[in-house]
Ligand binder design. Structure first.
Ligand code: ADP
Length: 557
């Protein structure tokens, strides 16, 4: 814009100056032509009156100026005298218009252009009383010659005009454009700029307000969206069709185990496993796709759904959930079912086989008692197993059922449990002892009794002959501590983490000899959890085991 104004001003100045020069030249030319004609007329008349008086002798003495040419012509057109050329050699002048006019009217004038001298000749002729003609010719410069004459000063003037107009134009154009350049587009001030721009600036101002409001709305809905997705425990990723992440909450980063990640990166920067890639590519194909990912700290379920817009996938919405617990529970459920089936099948097969042999008379009379004992002991194993399963499923159910609020005194309960186990302790040769203080808590007597029974039963079963079982009941602020320690075979370190699992037995061959279902410690764990307590174990193979149960006195509902 500055350039346009600049060149516009310069052009106008140059054209104006050129026009002025041409007009002035033309006027000067016009006036010089008139002056020359008047001069020729005056000179012709003066010379004519002189010749009238003095006759042709006038030319002998007259001092004729170099600027004019004087010619004496007779009435037939023959040249009698010429101030510049030899009259005899000159052609007849009767055809000259000024001569003809003077012969006719007494005076005549004409003007002619001479290309050779680039001058215009102005002629004036006066008829003398003797019929001869005095003609005076004067020259005056042609327009072209005059223009050429003023060319140098004109060019100089033009150069000066160019210089000054350039300076002025640059200043003027800058001054014109400055208020436009000074407009603050974000906050246009209508009064500070040209009034012609007011409607435009007003429109700009209202558009700015509209854009700011829309930006605020987008910003706040983005913030709201981020707030909502950040509070989710699940992961959420929104990606474009090139799988660059548009939005990703921290849940997704955490669940996929991504360290540093910024939006805009490829979704594979979050997780690069083959399973994840396949799942996303399937979804990009237009089908909802699901997969289970195994990450360092668990298992994740990934659901990728394509976002469709008229037959094309314009992005992906990926939902990630932590299914570690669910998967573990599912595994446990499957294992539990297969373990239960197995554990039930083994004694039943023995019972069936033994009973079948007895029924078919295939057993010798002296072995009948042994076979009967086998059936009894396998049936006992079956009953114990069923009892344990029932206890566990009761605990599972009671987890959801309303809690009993009885007061249970632990020392008396331990006494009762040890009393029930007196016989088996004696059979094994294990000495039992109970010490500590009387502590009452609010909870379920049946469940606490099962917890104590299983711990003490194990302490006898997995003890050595002549070993010891000690039960201690202690009271610390707000908590009761039950310690069950034995001097038995202990539990090897590598098994300690698993003994609370359902059906887990440390050494299957060793356990074969010692009756058990593998469910006792699961019952202990669930019973303690039911009372919002904790159980921990310390053991050393060959030296003994200590189970410590900590229970809150007031059981939380
Ligand atoms: P089980 O019916 O086999 O006793 P539990 O769930 O009660 O099942 O115990 C799981 C396993 O933990 C047992 O098979 C045993 O190997 C081990 N265990 C439990 N208590 C003791 C203990 N006091 N001393 C040594 N091993 C023990």
């Amino acid at each position: 814009m500055t350039k346009k104004i600049f060149f516009g001003i310069i052009t106008i100045c140059l054209l104006s100056v050129a026009a002025v020069i041409i007009i002035v030249t033309a006027i000067l030319y016009g006036s010089s032509a008139e002056t020359a004609a008047a001069q020729a007329r005056t000179d012709a008349r003066l010379i004519a009156s002189a010749v009238e008086k003095e006759g042709a002798a006038y030319f002998d003495t007259a001092d004729i100026s170099d600027d004019i040419r004087v010619t004496l012509i007779d009435s037939s057109g023959r040249v009698l005298f010429d101030s510049e050329e030899d009259a005899a050699s000159m052609e007849n002048h009767s055809d000259r218009s000024e001569v003809r006019e003077a012969l006719k009217n007494g005076e005549g004038s004409s003007s002619r252009y001479s290309r050779t001298i680039m001058k215009k000749t102005v002629n004036h002729a006066v008829r003398l009383s003797d019929g001869n003609i005095i003609r005076v010719s004067g020259a005056h410069t042609s327009l072209t010659a005059q223009l050429l004459k003023v060319l140098t000063p004109m060019l100089l003037t033009l150069a000066l005009v160019v210089l000054f107009s350039a300076l002025a134009a640059s200043r003027v154009s800058r001054n014109i454009v400055k208020p436009i350049n000074d407009i603050d587009l974000a906050h246009p001030h209508i009064k500070k700029s040209y009034s012609e721009l007011a409607p435009l600036l007003e429109k700009l101002r209202s558009q700015n307000i509209k854009v700011t409001r829309q930006m605020d709305e987008i910003h706040s809905s983005r913030e709201q969206f981020a707030l909502m997705t950040e509070s989710m425990t699940e992961g959420l990723i929104i990606a474009d069709p090139k799988l660059n992440v548009l939005t990703c909450n921290s849940g997704a980063k955490r669940l996929l185990g991504a360290g540093s990640f910024t939006e805009g990166q490829s979704v594979y920067a979050l997780n690069n496993s083959e399973t994840f890639r396949r799942c996303l590519l399937n979804a990009l194909g237009g089908r909802r796709s699901e997969c289970i990912l195994r990450t360092g700290d668990g298992q994740r379920e990934v659901i990728a759904s394509p976002a469709n817009s008229i037959d094309t996938v314009c992005g992906l919405v990926v939902f990630i959930m932590d299914v570690t617990e669910k998967q573990e529970l599912e595994t446990m459920r499957r294992e539990f079912t297969s373990n239960v089936s197995h554990e039930l099948k083994t004694p039943l097969t023995t019972i069936y086989g033994t009973a079948d042999m007895l029924a078919n008379g295939m057993v010798k009379q002296e072995d009948v008692a042994q076979f009967g004992e086998n059936i009894r002991s396998e049936s006992e194993r079956l009953i114990n197993l069923i009892n344990d399963i029932v206890s566990l499923s009761k605990l599972d159910e009671e987890d959801a059922a309303p809690r009993p609020n009885e007061s249970v005194e632990l020392y008396a309960l331990a006494e009762e449990v040890l009393g029930r186990l007196k016989l088996s302790a004696e059979e094994k040769g294990v000495t039992t002892s109970l010490s500590g203080e009387r502590v009452s808590l609010t909870g379920s007597r049946t469940i606490l009794s099962e917890v104590l029974y299983n711990l003490c039963d194990n302490a006898i079963k997995y003890n050595v002959s002549g070993g010891k079982l000690e039960v201690k009941i202690a009271h610390i602020p707000q908590r009761a501590i039950i310690t069950v320690s034995d001097t038995g075979m202990g539990i090897p370190k590598e098994h300690i983490g698993r003994i609370f699992e359902r059906f887990y037995r440390v050494d299957k061959s060793r356990s074969r000899r010692i009756k058990g279902t593998g469910l006792g410690l699961s019952i202990v764990k669930h019973g303690v959890m039911y009372h919002n307590g904790t159980v921990r174990v310390e053991s050393e193979a060959g030296r003994g085991t200590v189970f410590t149960v900590e229970l809150p006195i007031e059981k939380k509902q």
